[in-house]
Design a protein. Structure first.
Length: 198
């Protein structure tokens, strides 16, 4: 997985204050994870009709991944030279416009590991290469989603976008992240967001 390690190292070099935690503990976050649901009038092609899962690292601005933009290739097809990926048909998703070749992932684990951010329940978010090696080496790896690139905001930028009416904000939940259909996710969460608002 040397190629994945190089991608992760490059990603961590560019992340604003990449989260580093105490050994055996996940990095801390400032607020619970949320879904950003693009309002129908949002015209930014990077986020039109998108649902973005956002976490709030203690250091650096909010960051997350688009949940409903699957790509036409699998993880194995994107990294054909990686023996640990043989037999894995995981769909790759376009995570966002920042570092579009960086590999990010969501995974489930009973305890929070280093270089991962807690999302909701036992779900964590990371771009750490050695951690991905460890997860993929496990007999029943519970890596749930893979993304190329991510979305990121300066510390007050996201608040400004929400105040300007670009996004609905909905609390994140595990079932939606892991089980919702990407084809209907935006519409379903739009209904949920507007039902809360009325």
């Amino acid at each position: 997985m040397d190629h994945l390690r190089r991608i992760a190292a490059l990603l961590l070099a560019f992340l604003p204050a990449a989260p580093i935690s105490q050994p055996g503990r996940a990095a801390e976050t400032l607020a619970p994870a949320i879904f950003l649901v693009a309002k129908p009038e949002l015209q930014d092609p990077n986020f039109t009709q998108c649902v973005v899962l956002v976490v709030f690292p203690k250091e650096g601005g909010p960051m997350g991944v688009i949940l409903n933009r699957p790509l036409t290739m699998t993880l194995r097809e994107a990294f054909p030279g990686e023996p640990q990926l043989k037999g894995r048909d995981d769909t790759l998703y376009l995570g966002g416009p920042v570092r579009a070749t960086a590999l990010m992932y969501l995974f489930q684990r009973s305890t929070g590991p280093d270089n991962a951010l807690p999302v909701v329940d036992d779900l964590y978010f990371s771009g750490d290469g050695p951690l991905l090696d460890e997860l993929l080496s496990a007999p029943s790896a519970r890596v749930q989603r893979f993304f190329l690139g991510y979305a990121g905001w300066a510390s007050t930028q996201l608040d400004f976008e929400v105040a300007q009416g670009a996004w609905y904000v909905v609390p994140a939940d595990l079932d939606t992240v892991l089980k919702a259909n990407p084809k209907t996710m935006w519409h379903d969460l739009l209904l949920r967001a507007t039902a809360v608002k009325t």
